[in-house]
Design a protein around this ligand. Structure first.
Ligand SMILES: [Zn+2]
Length: 404
């Protein structure tokens, strides 16, 4: 049997209580820089950003409800009868009005207006984050740092990762995207380190190994890159501080964003490949006889690559994504392939993957095994929670060696 036994490595020590993270100076709370601006956080010691949230956690509810005229006063704007001269242009009469009941401002001459934050942005020529910081400091509003709360991306969730200007070809995305977007500054990497699943060093290694990317609002980009280093697709997801996927942010793909922007023809069809397939390129170094291990989620593949380094870890991106064409690149390679489906009360995923593995094996001649480790070792409660290999590893306290 493949994986006759593999040792479960000792897990990283539990991280320091999260509160210590927030004692860092506020200058550490830097947002991923917009393209073109100076990436300030590169000046920080490496890894530091894993200790801080991927973006500042301003208390937006409080910031938006600071009385708008008090904000104007703090900015040195003279307000009379809820009006003033607009600071954005030459004026003949006071055209800027304050709506105190809705806490908004509006200029009837130039049409500019908005909330307390927009007022600071316009008057002081600041960005969103800087304006929030300015208001928080002026009005003594503490950051909203409760870890139990779901992360609210800031600014408002944008489905537009910043991508360098390079024309995608008909079939693949520019390889430049990988290097330009590569960053551990996203909710996935942060939550993995925060929750103690990986150390900052391990996370850094995984970012480089899988070309993990980050969007402006803290999403992680899981790229699908094939064995010839061609970029098929990028999948963007948000994670909660506890390491689970955020249910309030639907995952989306990079090609869908490019199509919407007109940078990719509507007819473009992104072919899929296994997440992690690039690791078998002829340039990658791997040990003799290293098996390929395939799991459902990208997160599991990333974590397993560090906890169980004797296999090359890849992910299908979902239970229903195990298709024969994903295995074409392995043909004639001699790789042993082991599948690790998630578990569930009825063993549905296991049965499905086992069936597919048999079909694909007979079609391609590849040696594909389906591991029943999760079926055998997980408790009814764990099956109910549909745990994956990582959760089994992390939750198994009794045994330090598992047979697969
Ligand atoms: Zn105006």
């Amino acid at each position: 049997m493949p994986f006759a036994s593999f040792a479960v490595p000792s897990l990283p020590p539990a991280p320091a209580p999260p509160t210590t993270c927030y004692l860092l100076p506020t200058t550490y709370y830097l947002h991923p820089p917009p393209t073109g601006s100076r990436p300030t956080y590169y000046l920080l010691p490496i890894h530091t950003y894993y200790l801080t949230p991927p973006y500042p956690m301003f208390n937006l509810d409080k910031i938006r409800t600071i009385p708008i005229e008090e904000v104007a006063n703090a900015l040195g704007i003279e307000v009379r009868h809820h009006k003033c001269n607009c600071f954005l242009h030459e004026y003949k009469h006071p055209s800027l009005t304050f709506n105190v009941s809705e806490n908004l401002w509006y200029c009837f001459s130039c049409g500019k207006g908005g909330s307390t934050i927009n007022l600071v942005m316009a008057k002081e020529n600041l960005g969103f984050i800087e304006a929030c910081r300015w208001l928080s400091e002026q009005f003594n509003i503490e950051e909203d740092i409760s870890l139990t709360k779901q992360i609210k991306p800031m600014p408002k969730p944008r489905t537009t990762p910043s991508l360098p200007k390079a024309q995608p070809t008909n079939d693949y995305l520019p390889a430049l995207y990988l290097s330009r977007c590569q960053s551990g500054r996203n909710t996935f990497c942060w939550s993995m380190v925060q929750s103690g699943i990986l150390t900052a060093d391990q996370m850094e290694e995984a970012v480089a190994r899988y070309h993990l990317g980050a969007t402006h609002d803290g999403g992680v980009i899981f790229w699908q890159v094939d064995e010839q280093q061609q970029v098929h697709e990028g999948k963007v997801m948000q994670y909660r501080p506890d390491g689970h996927r955020s249910q309030s942010h639907a995952p989306y793909t990079i090609t869908s964003v490019l199509k919407r922007r007109g940078q990719l023809p509507k007819s473009h069809h992104a072919t899929r490949c296994l997440f992690g397939l690039h690791l078998i390129s002829k340039h990658a170094r791997h040990e003799d006889g290293q098996p390929i291990a395939i799991v459902e989620s990208e997160k599991t593949a990333v974590i397993c690559s560090l906890l169980i380094p004797r296999a090359i870890w890849m992910a299908t991106g979902g239970m229903n994504n195990l298709h024969a064409e994903l295995f074409t690149p392995f043909q004639g390679s001699g790789y042993r392939i082991i599948l690790f489906p998630d578990t569930d009360p009825e063993g549905k995923a296991y049965a499905l993957w086992r069936k597919h593995a048999a079909e694909i094996s007979s079609k391609t001649g590849l040696a594909i095994y389906t591991s029943d480790i999760l079926e055998r070792l997980s408790t009814p409660d764990q099956k109910e929670r549909k745990i994956d290999l990582v959760e089994l590893l992390l939750e198994s306290k009794t045994s330090n060696t598992m047979d697969a």
